[in-house]
Write a protein that binds this ligand. Structure first.
Ligand code: G6P
Length: 583
């Protein structure tokens, strides 16, 4: 939620800040702003809406600056709530990612002392608080202010009295990008991989003081020795490379992403599985759907009990956690606040691991990481991030089968190795999905059904359709539709049925016939022949274990082309952010 950047060096800051913000726009895009310091004077530019609005107007000169792209939490998406926020004296400008939980109490404290607030945000208190504590030494003021803040923050700060850039971190991600003649700060490495591969990954309670060089201090103001992290992500991957949208590019990158991920894990021992008796898998959004799919896959193959939970529910429902459980978090970003919170409740009570895409993200520091090697994912709607999460779950199932001495692991292993080519064959269905997208586009709603792992695939597919095309999509286990929802089916209703499990095929076919009898237009996605019961059939390649994954690839394309036919902003759907760092 929200992205921050900062720059100090010999070049003009404004274009560099705008470039960094563009690469962070996936974190929020309802307003943006920059503050630039030049010759002891801070100038600010802000604009509502997309970054392009700011870029069209921001023309501030100076070599030191901070910038912010916002996803509104406290206060609507208006210019006065956009960052950077200035302190009362105008001496400090700050940008903030996170939430200040005690901002009301601090606001009251500051108002009593004559500070006036111009925004409805929680963040503005930070600027005034630093100003309140400033008596000539910025570091002391930052430390005193940080000690009063409750909640999470990645802060970028500039002060008109000093040609320096400051950053402070607690529970929101923050990196310092080191170049030869300049230094950046940013919410993540992806914002800066076109500038540098060398980073300090900031830890909680650390302050970066950046002038001619970058020093990292602790909350006592003492220097800390940090090692430099060398990023492996390739900058070229974060470009559209001729595709109309990042989402389409990322859909097509799946065979390589899957190949890289399986190469990394097929022969690894996955020590976090040692001695476990049951598994809780947690995640939010699509990552939860991967968790649900993981439950079906692992439980049915291995007989090991798996509980799949939405992270925001798990963390507050007092779940039963035993010492021989594994708590497995799934997250593309590794920064989702609810997923981190849910994982933490298992701390000291059982083993924990995470399936994460972003290197060095928060989750990877608090549990054993099993990375997905999807590379940077820019489109807000996840595609290659999701399918590589599923792959890791298949690899976990295979590893468990091997540990149990169950020979079926060999069959699963063979199929996993063929996954890149199965996904490539599935991508060849694109022209058919383009036609079907045009067919769905005029509709306001659609239904998705499936049984078993296909139900999890259908849930993810329904989410994909609604998040990017705004066609409302409801998903049900195929057998559940008749218990109420079938009353909504009428002539022409769109029903997408995923049916890839031979053992459940007849049951799902019966459910298809039920909706057909009520006039539905049924699109069947299957590796079996459904042409006699569906209006349109999408024939995915034949497979035994991984068919639900292939069905989700089909539905990614279906959603993409529906959204495209409806003229939607596919890579940045309204109201969403890719990385949700608030509860
Ligand atoms: C947001 C995104 C979803 C994503 C979810 C979890 O809501 O819009 O697409 O699935 O966060 O993100 P994570 O980074 O934890 O996988």
């Amino acid at each position: 939620m929200c992205g921050i950047v900062g720059y100090i060096g010999d070049e003009q800051a404004t274009p560099l800040l705008l470039n960094g913000l563009k690469r962070l726009e996936y974190r929020g895009y309802d307003s943006a702003g920059i503050a630039v310091l030049d010759d002891g004077k801070i100038s600010v530019a802000k604009a509502e809406g997309r970054l392009a609005n700011l870029a069209a107007t921001a023309n501030i000169r100076g070599n030191i600056g901070i910038g912010h792209t916002r996803w509104a939490t406290h206060g609507g998406p208006e210019v006065r709530n956009a960052h950077p926020h200035l302190s009362k004296s105008g001496r400090f400008a700050i940008v903030h990612n996170g939430i200040i939980e005690n901002y009301k109490e601090l606001k009251y404290f500051l108002e009593l002392r004559g500070f006036e607030f111009v925004s409805d945000t929680d963040s503005e208190v930070i600027a005034h608080l630093i100003d309140f504590y400033y008596v000539g030494d910025v570091i002391t003021a930052l430390i005193k202010a940080a000690c009063r803040l409750k909640g999470s923050y990645a802060l970028g700060v500039i002060c008109s009295d000093e040609p320096k850039l400051y950053a402070v971190k607690k529970d929101s991600p923050l990196v310092v990008g080191l170049c030869e003649k300049s230094t950046f700060i940013a919410s993540d490495m992806q914002a800066l991989t076109d500038k540098t591969r060398n980073f300090y990954i900031m830890d909680n309670g650390e302050i970066a003081v950046i002038g001619k060089d970058a020093r990292i201090l602790n909350m006592n103001g003492e220097p800390i020795k940090k090692s430099v992290y060398h990023a492996v992500w390739d900058n070229a991957v974060a470009q559209k490379q001729g595709y109309a949208h990042f989402m389409l590019k990322e859909i097509h990158e799946q065979p390589q992403a899957i190949k890289r991920t399986l190469d990394a894990h097929m022969n690894s021992s996955l020590d976090f599985l040692d001695g476990i008796n049951s598994i809780h898998i947690i995640g939010c959004g699509s990552a939860y759907h991967a968790a649900l799919m993981g439950k079906y896959i692992i439980e049915s193959l291995t007989g090991i009990r798996v509980n799949a939970d939405i992270a925001s529910e798990f963390r507050y429902r007092n779940p039963i956690i035993r010492g021989d459980d594994l708590l497995l978090a799934i997250s593309q970003s590794g920064e989702t606040a609810d997923t981190i919170g849910a994982l933490k409740i298992g701390a000291g009570r059982c083993k924990s691991a995470c399936i994460v895409n972003v290197p060095e993200s928060t989750l990877t520091h608090i549990s054993s990481p099993m990375y997905t090697l999807a590379g940077p994912e820019v489109a807000v709607a996840t595609t290659k991030g999701f399918t590589t999460q599923l792959l890791n779950l298949y690899i976990i199932a295979m590893n468990l089968l091997r540990r149990l001495g169950d020979d079926r692991y060999k069959l699963l292993e063979r199929e996993i190795y063929s996954l890149p080519s199965l996904v490539s064959k599935t991508l060849a269905l694109e022209p058919q999905m383009q036609q079907l997208g045009v067919r769905i586009a005029p509709h306001d709603y659609a239904f998705f059904i499936g049984r078993g792992a296909d139900y999890a695939a259908a849930k993810e597919s329904a989410l994909k359709l609604k998040e990017i095309s705004y066609v409302h999509a409801d998903c049900y286990p195929a057998g559940e539709l008749k218990h109420g929802t079938i009353s909504l089916i009428e002539k022409g209703s769109i029903v997408v049925a995923i049916a890839t499990d031979r053992a459940l095929l007849d049951k799902t076919v019966s459910n298809i016939i039920e909706v057909k009898a009520r006039g539905a237009f049924v699109i069947g996605i299957s590796c079996f022949d459904l042409s006699n019961v569906c209006d349109v059939t999408v024939n995915i390649p034949r497979a035994t274990f991984v068919s639900p994954l292939l069905a989700t690839v089909v539905c990614q394309m279906l959603s993409y082309y529906t959204a495209s036919a409806r003229g939607c902003d596919i890579d940045k759907p309204r109201n969403l952010a890719k990385s949700v760092t608030v509860e």
